[in-house]
Design a protein around this ligand. Structure first.
Ligand SMILES: NC(=O)c1ccc[n+]([C@@H]2O[C@H](COP(=O)([O-])OP(=O)(O)OC[C@H]3O[C@@H](n4cnc5c(N)ncnc54)[C@H](OP(=O)(O)O)[C@@H]3O)[C@@H](O)[C@H]2O)c1
Length: 289
């Protein structure tokens, strides 16, 4: 079996990747406690010891608003940490698959963003992830940058589970209707990454479920598909002041000729058909050293 390293083992996408790939690959998935990616020597040693065929680098500082208060952590984790991983990958000739974000774009474009569109982040998180992309592209000879968006998955609290919970608790819900993106199931991105591992992938790939919506439309679909009753009122982003600016439009499309990803509504239906938040009970398939 080929060896792969997955960083961010406890994250939404990391757990999904471990779940999907552990039968086909010998998976090494260190948690932050086992491998802090901001520690250069530890990263070098770990990658040197495991000598993976590929590294899927999913670990990140993902708290978008906190990043504005103190940019040092997101920059350290998302930019510098990614540089350490990229350098270690290149040293042993491993493939590098870096997970990036729709937040590298400023949202000013009126149409969906494709791979060749020029990034121009408007918040610290987006800036730090873009810096990570630049390191990967300049250091690694065998790399793929996978940009995705608005993730939700089975293994962690997320927007979908939170909306369901709020409705069940009879909370008044207001949702923004003037920011659009592509809600994406971690299951589908993980399947996309599995496909990239099989082919000779290179460069940037956009990997989001097809179609787009606002958070308001997304929340309405969630309660409709779940078959629960609740009132969700639309509002504008100005009504919800947050620290980080978000792109008004961060819809992603791909022009790389890859198998298309399903529409976000059918992905959401798939998710609803399974257990929301079925938990971490069966995630421990990986091996760590
Ligand atoms: N969530 C989204 O909507 C979204 C959208 C677009 C792109 N992305 C990108 O997709 C990837 C996966 O996102 P996600 O939602 O799965 O993120 P997540 O749930 O926040 O998981 C991130 C993981 O990274 C780990 N981590 C943070 N700092 C670390 C460090 N210094 N060393 C080692 N591990 C560290 C965290 O460890 P702890 O568990 O110990 O905190 C966590 O397990 C990220 O690269 C993110 O930028 C996410």
């Amino acid at each position: 079996m080929k060896r792969i390293v997955i960083t961010g083992a406890k994250g939404q996408l990391g757990v999904e990747l471990i779940h999907l790939l552990h039968r086909e690959y010998h998976v090494f998935a260190p948690t932050r406690e086992e491998l802090d990616i901001t520690q250069k020597r530890l990263v070098e040693q770990y990658i040197e010891d495991v000598k993976p065929y590929a590294i899927i680098h999913s670990a990140a500082f993902t708290k978008v608003d906190e990043a504005e208060i103190d940019p040092s952590m997101p920059i350290l984790v998302n930019a510098v940490g990614t540089r350490f991983i990229a350098t270690a990958a290149e040293r042993i000739g491993a493939r590098m698959l870096y997970i990036s974000t729709d937040y590298v774009f400023d949202g000013a474009q009126q149409s969906p963003y494709a791979e060749e569109d020029i990034p121009s982040p408007i918040n610290v998180y987006g800036l730090s992830k873009l810096a990570g992309e630049k390191f990967v592209a300049s250091i690694c000879s065998k790399y793929s940058i996978i940009r995705t968006s608005w993730l939700y998955g089975r293994y962690k609290d997320n927007f979908v589970a939170n909306v369901v919970e709020m409705v069940r608790q009879d909370k008044k819900i207001r949702m923004i209707d003037d920011v659009i993106g592509s809600p994406t199931s971690t299951k589908d991105v993980a399947a996309f990454i599995k496909y990239l591992l099989r082919i000779d992938s290179h460069g940037i790939y956009h990997a989001s479920n097809a179609g787009s919506c606002s958070r308001y439309e997304f929340a309405l679909s969630i309660i409709k598909m779940k078959g629960i009753k609740g009132t969700i009122t639309p509002c504008k982003s100005e009504d919800f002041p947050v620290l980080a600016r978000r792109p008004k439009n961060s819809v992603l499309i791909s022009r790389r000729g890859m198998p298309p990803m399903q529409h976000w509504k059918s992905a959401l239906q798939d998710y609803m058909n399974g257990d929301i938040n079925e938990g971490l009970k069966d995630q421990m398939f990986y091996e760590s050293i």
